[in-house]
Design a protein around this ligand. Structure first.
Ligand code: B1M
Length: 211
């Protein structure tokens, strides 16, 4: 039987092929995709994050671990999302200007699809005006921003300022998240919702558009 802890070990070594194979094996055996995600992939990335902070590993090692995580996520995605028939709305999502971290943003996008949103993923390093332009072009209801760096969090404010300057602030539900973001920051910049994780983000967005 595939061991989720072994998935974590391979991820820490950046062994994407092994991660992919073990995730496939675990799914074929009927193991819970959420356990594979949390105890395998995300647990492995948390170890890497801690080592990165303590200068025990450096950017190249983190990068290969992130690639391994994304390889595993690609296999898990269809199992994590069970899309309903009726789209509940449209979400524009991206990582803010200056920030290249996309794993959390990808997870949020995946969970949003899972609760029935159509997702327009703008990628990383997204200009404030682009969030607004794309929301307008696509007729979105929700704008989701992710930031992993304390230095890029202020970009979230710029997106909200951009909405306000175009007279569009009340048209959209604005959601923010990412490791350094918290409720008090969200309140300070005037975002509608802060959520600590991807699953809560998706549930909150669905509740907000259907209320
Ligand atoms: Co970076 N990095 N990194 N990094 N990196 C952090 C964020 C850091 C905390 C590491 C550390 O020092 N401990 C630190 C930031 C310090 C700070 O600002 N206070 C840091 C740094 C400093 C840097 C560089 C500056 C390093 C350098 O070059 N010297 C550089 C910056 C590059 C840039 O963006 N301009 C950099 C680069 C990188 C890599 C490219 C190597 C790689 C990213 C690869 C990629 O994303 N494709 C990377 C990684 C992987 C990390 C760590 C190790 C892991 C991040 C991650 O993916 N976690 C991270 C350490 C850590 O966080 N402990 C670190 C897993 C992911 C699932 O969690 O994204 O938090 P997260 O998402 C969570 C929630 O936050 C939430 O949902 C998810 C859980 O369900 N969430 C939302 C996220 N977005 C949301 C949006 C929502 C709601 C919830 O609503 C819209």
């Amino acid at each position: 039987m595939a061991d989720v802890h072994e998935i974590s070990e391979f991820l820490q070594k950046g062994r994407a092929k092994n991660v992919k194979a073990l995730v496939e094996e675990a799914l074929a055996e009927g193991q819970d995709p959420k356990v594979i995600l949390n105890e395998g992939l995300l647990a492995g990335m948390m170890v890497i994050g801690e080592k990165f902070k303590n200068n025990e590993v450096f950017v190249p090692e983190v990068l290969v671990a992130a690639r391994a995580l994304n390889a595993g996520l690609a296999i898990l995605e269809p199992k994590l999302i069970e899309v309903g028939n009726e789209p509940v709305g449209k979400v524009v999502i991206g990582t803010v200007k200056g920030d290249l971290h996309d794993i959390g943003k990808n997870l949020v996008a995946m969970m949003m699809k899972g609760v029935g949103f159509e997702v327009i993923d703008l990628g990383v390093d997204v200009e404030p005006a682009t969030f607004v332009d794309k929301a307008e072009e696509n007729g979105a209801n929700v704008i989701c921003m992710s930031a992993l760096l304390t230095t890029t969090m202020p970009s979230m404010q710029l997106v909200i300022d951009e909405l306000a300057s175009r007279g569009l602030r009340d048209k959209y539900i604005v959601m923010v998240g990412g490791a350094p973001v918290n409720q008090s920051f969200a309140d300070q910049i005037g975002a509608d919702y802060y959520t600590p994780d991807a699953a809560t983000a998706a549930e909150t967005a669905k509740a907000a558009v259907t209320k």
